[in-house]
Each structure stands twice: as structure tokens, then as C-alpha cells.
Design a protein around this ligand. Structure first.
Ligand code: MRU
Length: 352
């Protein structure tokens, strides 16, 4: 079984499954410092909001090990705080990154009697973020399964499985649980242009789990809905505003619009860590723009449009809350109206 992100036993490296090479090569790469991990996140070696948060947490653990003999307590904490800043800035849209860095900063600002004890606390917190991810996604999968009929055609966009998390996944975790519980599930996998996370990663995961699926081009979504071949749609989230507006992989909004038009339930499957209590609506969410090369050379080599064609390549879009039937989370299913409900769930979670 593949594992997207791990901390090596000696805490000296973060081990990432190189998602750029899937589905044809399963290659694990070691990263030995916070800046190397930040670069790996930027380069999309590891992807998916929860997985990049865990990778960043482990990045701080590795940095804490690397710097352990490099100075006094004050310079040690300062350098680790700087590392939190780089990691937090490595990608802008998924809030899970800053959520994980907030947790690491809290450890850094607590009182410890030595560098050694601070270092252990950092490793423990990073490991806790990773193990919580597994437990949270398992609960999400169980909760979401209650919504899945005994026979269903589910439309899915993006990368939301174990690769995008530590295990289980978000939307794909629900699908996996439904399949494991004996339901007759078939998945329409949107290829998810331009990086093809659906074609390269979602199909890989579904195939490993023997879950029936069919790959479609993103623009086939409407036709399948019109043909009454879709019972519900599931997508993940990179950042959810307090009013329920949701940033997710580009193309999600189109699927949500089509689902609304055809009266098909459209659910966002997300851990509470993707809810941003500081953002009131989707208008405030920064959408990452990526290189034109992703569009002009989708397979990395030959051009598919004339050289130097102007390109606009937003990596995410915002689905307004009114297009979302509900949020499947680890604390249950949040139904509309979402205003304040989402943020209150978040606050309750912070208090536990
Ligand atoms: O490949 P990325 O990191 O740009 O794609 C982001 C995603 O995989 C999803 O939008 C994901 O984070 C949703 S939650 C598992």
C-alpha cells in the first residue's frame, strides 16, 4: 500500500511519494530540511490540502532535528519560526497549511526546559497532526457513507484519496467506505485538467481498491447528468469560508453548477481543518495561479497550442455555498444554511 507522506524513523527526513510520477512510477523521495519540503510542496511532489499540511508539520520536525546543535534556545526557536513562515507560504489556497503551522508555532512559543525537550514536543505534534488526519478521515468516511444509496453512480473531481491525505482521504474515503460496506458503487472520475489529478491519481487509487470507475473528460460531466447517469457528486475542499463558500480544484464550481441545474446532490467532503474561521466569504480566498506550461504542455513535452499563446491558469475555483447540499465532516453532516454554522463547528472543535 502506498503512503503519501511519512517522517523517517530517525526524524531526519520527510519521505514523500512523488505524485508527479504516478500512476506509472511509485518513487519515494527523502527531503532533509524545511526549505526542501517547502520546495517539494511548491513543485507538487505532494498534493492535496491535508497531505501538504502533514508534510509541512514533518518539515518542521526535520528542521528541528537538523538544527538541534546549531545554537542557543533563542536562535533555535527563531529559525524554526522562520521555517514555519516559508512552509506556510509554499502554497496559498489550502488553509490546512497555515492551520498546521499555527499548531507548530504554538509548540514553539510554549515553555520548554531545553532544546531537546522542545525538539521532542515538535516531533510529537507533527506526528499527532498525521495520526489525527487518519482518524478524522476515517470518521468522515463513516459519516459520508450514511448518505450513499445501496447502488450509486458518483461523480468525483480532483485528488481526494489517501494520496491527498495520510490515509482514507476525504471524498474518496467516503467512496472507499461505501464500497467496503458492500454498496454497488460506480465512480465517474473527472480527469481534472490541467494537471489531471483525476486521471493520474484518482484512477490509480480506485484501481488499487478495485472500485468500479470510468474516466471522463471534465466537459462530459453535464452530458452524463443530462442522461441521468449521476446520483450524487462528491468533492473535497482546500479552504471553506465561514459562509460555506468553498475553494477546491479548478472545475469543481462547474460540476456544482451542473449538479444544481440537474437537481443532483453536490457534497463537499472536508475535515474541519479546511474551514478558515478568518475568512467570511469566498471573495476573500486567494486563488493560486499556476504556470502557463501546465496548460500549454499538459504532458510536460509537446505544445498543444501555438507557442506563447496567452494562458490563464487558476488552480482552484470557488463554489458558492448555495450550490452545496452539505458538508461531510468528522463531526457530522452540516446542512444549509451554513452561515455561522460552519464557523461555530470550528470553534467547538478548537475548544476540545
Ligand atoms: O494538486 P493540488 O494540490 O493543486 O490539488 C488540490 C487538491 O488535491 C484538492 O483540491 C484537494 O486538496 C481537496 S481535499 C483532499
Amino acid at each position: 500500500m502506498y503512503v503519501s507522506v511519512q517522517l523517517s524513523d530517525d526524524h531526519k527526513s520527510v519521505v514523500l511519494l512523488d505524485q508527479r510520477r504516478l500512476p506509472f512510477h511509485e518513487e519515494y523521495i527523502h527531503f532533509y530540511s524545511a526549505s526542501e519540503v517547502a520546495q517539494a510542496i511548491r513543485d507538487m511532489v505532494v498534493r492535496g490540502a491535508p497531505a501538504i499540511a502533514v508534510a509541512a508539520g514533518f518539515g518542521i520536525a526535520v528542521e528541528a532535528e537538523r538544527l538541534v546543535n546549531s545554537g542557543n534556545y533563542e536562535s533555535y526557536t527563531k529559525n524554526l519560526e522562520k521555517a514555519c513562515d516559508w512552509l506556510e507560504l509554499s502554497r496559498p489556497t489550502a488553509v490546512n497549511l497555515s492551520w498546521a503551522m499555527k499548531r507548530m508555532r504554538k509548540v514553539l512559543s510554549s515553555e520548554w526546559d531545553s532544546i531537546e525537550s522542545l525538539k521532542s514536543a515538535i516531533v510529537n505534534e507533527a506526528t499527532r497532526i498525521a495520526s489525527e488526519d487518519v482518524a478524522v478521515n476515517y470518521n468522515i468516511a463513516k459519516t459520508g457513507n450514511s448518505l450513499i444509496p445501496s447502488k450509486a453512480n458518483i461523480m468525483h473531481i480532483c485528488n481526494t484519496g489517501a494520496l491527498a491525505t495520510v490515509d482514507w482521504g476525504t471524498a474518496l474515503g467516503v467512496i472507499r467506505m461505501a464500497h467496503m460496506s458492500g454498496k454497488d458503487i460506480h465512480v465517474w472520475v473527472c480527469e481534472t485538467r490541467p494537471r489531471l489529478q483525476g486521471a493520474k491519481l484518482t484512477t490509480f487509487e480506485l484501481q488499487q481498491q478495485n472500485i468500479p470507475m470510468t474516466l471522463i473528460v471534465d466537459s462530459a460531466a453535464g452530458y452524463l447528468m443530462q442522461m441521468k447517469k449521476v446520483d450524487l457528486c462528491l468533492a473535497g475542499a482546500d479552504r471553506v469560508a465561514c459562509n460555506g463558500d468553498t475553494a477546491n480544484k479548478i472545475g469543481t464550481y462547474s460540476v456544482a453548477c451542473l449538479a444544481k441545474l440537474h437537481n443532483i446532490p453536490f457534497y463537499i467532503v472536508t475535515p474541519l481543518s479546511s474551514i478558515d474561521p478568518d475568512v467570511l466569504s469566498g471573495k476573500e480566498i486567494q486563488v493560486e495561479e499556476r504556470s502557463c506550461e501546465e496548460v500549454l504542455r499538459p504532458s510536460g513535452e509537446s505544445l498543444v497550442a501555438p507557442d506563447s499563446t496567452p494562458v490563464f491558469n487558476p488552480a482552484f475555483d470557488i463554489t458558492p455555498f448555495s450550490f452545496i447540499s452539505g458538508f461531510i465532516t468528522e463531526v457530522g453532516i452540516l446542512q444549509p444554511p451554513f452561515t455561522w454554522q460552519v464557523v461555530n463547528k470550528w470553534k467547538e472543535k478548537l475548544q476540545t
